[in-house]
Design a protein around this ligand. Structure first.
Ligand SMILES: Cc1cc2nc3c(=O)[nH]c(=O)nc-3n(C[C@H](O)[C@H](O)[C@H](O)COP(=O)(O)O)c2cc1C
Ligand code: SF4
Length: 478
């Protein structure tokens, strides 16, 4: 289907049930009239008339839906963390449309192509938790998506689907749209709330968790766009229907992105559990490796999920299976790297990204990301030092589990997996003199990885060489 996207959304019948992209195959979904003609808001209407809020939460809980923002936390369970309804404080939703993980652009398709599916999902979630307002925080670079969503919200207000006494019921809920200014860290849920409140997007220490004190200190639930777009189908068809798709521990469909060195990159709605080999090689999805070259590595869930070699190709795309490989499902955005590319360069590009995006509050992250980028760069340029691989691993160990948010861990994981599975390539680079070593051709990989985020300057030089034996003794800021 030609839909104006660089990355196509396929319109052929995939041969299994779908519910996220179904309406994308129809015309006019950006208007309220078109969306309503295709069934939008019928589930909300039914829920407001026939279901108690707790029944909606119960359905989502029983469906086993897990968050699609990266961490895979059970959605219904998260909703039950909100205070009981006799708590007089207003409760709110924060809707995460920041989508900045390199390799990831699935939420964007949903927002732009079917904004009313998202709004219906938000309203159902707000009804279930009795939230009086939802604040959508959208990535600053998503200019067209923000325009489409703003128009859909306006139409929703005019159609009495948003605001006071929705569809004549007792339920009232406002929806607000806030545009970000281009910082990856604002996708972290507490940074997102800080930024939504108009402050610098710095993550907050937890606890308190958002359900206790979120936006403006009020109880808040944070959910991802794709997560919320699952809700109308669950409430319409019931949890048993939903559990027939995917696997027992990871039910439902997921929007899988395939990018990098494949013939047909795109976003595909697939059942969780599909083998990664099928995603990369099937004609229905990635179509195989560009130029029929050999696969060297893939990252299964965005840049932080790290590098896996081809021996992991038959891993099912689920939270638990990928966790067992030492990687993770993350945003289910598979980045493919062929034999012509340098893993060292790919790791350096990713390290540069995290270094640029660290908010700098925690010394382990602020300094650690800088050192990863700095050392990888010198190895890439043939200036590596004999102890560099140990220094990298030491730095990674000191960056994990010690900081306010997990950006620091996310920066360490790809480096650790690169060294675990591709150590020989690093050792070979170290063994070559700077005059004889040069990285293999980039073949567009740098674009595939870096092109997802803003254009990057080279990594800044950290202040001084890290002292390996004392690198964990400092940094009490977090
Ligand atoms: C550095 C960082 C960036 C993140 N970026 C996003 C993002 O862009 N979109 C998103 O939905 N979640 C992102 N998350 C995860 C959110 O913190 C949060 O877990 C998620 O929005 C919850 O929604 P879900 O339960 O529906 O997945 C990020 C987390 C971290 C640590
Ligand atoms: S881990 Fe990094 S990004 Fe997260 S709060 Fe600390 S310094 Fe900021």
């Amino acid at each position: 289907m030609s839909n104006g996207y660089a990355w196509p959304v396929r319109d052929q019948d995939p041969g299994y049930p779908t519910y996220l992209f179904d309406r994308l195959r129809r015309e006019g979904m950006q208007t309220l009239e078109g969306a309503k003609a295709a069934g939008a808001y019928s589930v909300l209407e039914k829920a407001l008339k026939e279901l108690e809020p707790s029944q909606v939460t119960g359905m989502v809980k029983d469906s086993g839906l897990r968050g699609r923002g990266g961490a895979g936390f059970p959605t219904g369970l998260k909703w039950t963390f909100m205070p009981k309804f006799d708590d007089p404080r207003p409760r709110l939703m924060a809707v995460n449309a920041d989508e900045s993980e390199p390799g990831t652009c699935k939420d964007r398709v949903l927002i732009r192509q079917d904004p009313h599916l998202l709004l219906e999902g938000i309203l159902l979630a707000c009804y279930a938790m009795q939230c009086r307002g939802a604040y959508i925080f959208i990535r600053g670079e998503y200019v067209e998506e923000a325009r489409v969503l703003f128009k859909a919200i306006e139409e929703g207000y005019r159609g009495r689907l948003i605001g006071k006494n929705i569809l004549g019921s007792e339920f009232s809920c406002d929806i607000h749209l806030i545009r970000g200014a281009g910082a990856y860290i604002c996708g972290e849920e507490t940074a997102l709330m800080e930024a939504s409140e108009g402050k610098r997007g710095h993550p907050r220490p937890k606890p308190p968790f958002p359900a206790a004190a979120g936006l403006w200190g009020y109880p808040t639930t944070v959910n991802n766009i794709e997560t919320l777009c699952n809700v109308p189908a669950i409430v319409a068809n019931g949890p048993d229907w939903y559990r027939k798709m995917g696997t027992e521990a990871s039910p439902g469909n997921v929007l899988a992105g395939i990018s990098g060195h494949v013939k047909t990159p795109g976003i595909f709605e697939v059942p969780l559990g599909i083998p990664i080999r099928e995603l990369i090689y099937s004609e229905k999805f990635g179509g195989g490796i560009l130029g029929d070259r050999k696969l060297k590595a893939f990252l299964p869930g965005g840049s932080s999920s790290g590098f896996l070699p081809p021996s992991f190709l038959d891993t099912p795309l689920t939270h638990d299976d990928l966790k067992n490989t030492g990687s993770m499902l993350g945003t289910a955005s598979v980045i493919v790297i062929d034999e012509s590319a340098s893993i060292i360069r790919a790791a350096r590009v990713i390290a540069d990204f995290y270094h640029d995006e660290s908010c700098g509050q925690c010394s382990q992250c602020r300094e650690g990301t800088g050192w990863l980028a700095h050392i990888l760069k010198r190895i890439e340029q043939g200036r590596g030092k004999p102890d560099d691989l140990n220094t990298l691993l030491d730095a990674c160990a000191n960056m994990k589990g010690k900081t306010i948010c997990v950006l620091s861990d996310a920066a360490a994981w790809p480096v650790e997996l690169a060294l675990k599975h591709f150590r020989e390539e690093f050792e070979e680079a170290l063994n070559k003199s700077s005059s004889s070593f040069s990285s293999p051709e980039d073949s567009g990989l740098q674009g595939a990885l870096a092109g997802m985020g803003p254009a990057r300057e080279p990594a800044r030089e950290p202040a001084r060489e890290p002292a390996r034996e004392q690198s964990n003794a400092e940094g009490g800021e977090s």
